[in-house]
Design a protein around this ligand. Sequence first.
Ligand code: N5H
Length: 254
Amino acid sequence: MKILENKKALILGVANDKSIAYGIAKVFYENGAILGFNYLDERIEKRVRPIAQEFNSDLVVKCDVSKDEEIKSLFEAVKEKWGSVDIIVHSIAFANKEYLKDYYYTVDRQSFLQAMDISVYSFTAIAREFLPILNEGASLLTLSYYGAEKVVYNYNVMGVAKAALEASVKYLARDLGEKGIRVNCISAGPIKTLAAMGISDFNEIQKISAERAPLKRNVTIEEVGKAALFLCSDLSSGITGEILHVDAGYNIIG
Ligand code: N5H
């Protein structure tokens, strides 16, 4: 019997096979999970459909998490197909690229709210929407980054958003604990994903992280996937509200 045998896992935020969500999906699939995916628009759909096929999934639904009605229609599609859910992975974030450089304070109201809406509020909105069909022992997982805890140059509004996301993990863990639902977060080291592409100095940040980290390297999406397997399975039944660093140890260095 595999660790996630017969568990229904909704994976939100696969953009391509470099995505952290892809690494998580792969490990979950290898461990027996039944998978479902979302996509933002037609451009992403073209990449997600073949990935869903690779993992034998027939649940692929359009969902732009900034729209209440699309969260609702995702819920309806999942309810219709599966009836209930065991795992939801939220690997979604967005911030206007304009403000991922220079000074944090330059951010305008609209860009601040958009980063908070897509990167923070969506996790809470999804938790609430899916609550009626979450099985006893269900797990919710989201992704963060060290810039939530300490100032990382250029991370700016995303750092503020991730700090709020990590706080919401703890509040959700309290809210849903009495229902036997766990809520956790992985704080991953820098990984070259589509979202990270085009970010100025990304290669430099990866280089510095690898030099400073105890393991002297960066982490892979498969390693994040393995930690996600732990946090979303019975192996971690006593853990909730946790922010688990999967960063080759980078965060412990002063
Ligand atoms: C210190 C750093 C580097 C600077 C900041 C990077 C922030 C990245 C996160 C956000 C989510 C990136 C983002 O929204 C980019 C968009 O403005 C433009 N890109 C897109 O629209 C692409 C096509 C789509 C796929 O992106 C999204 N988001 O939908 C942090 C790095 C060292 C670590 C890192 C990269 C952290 C992180 O949060 O991802």
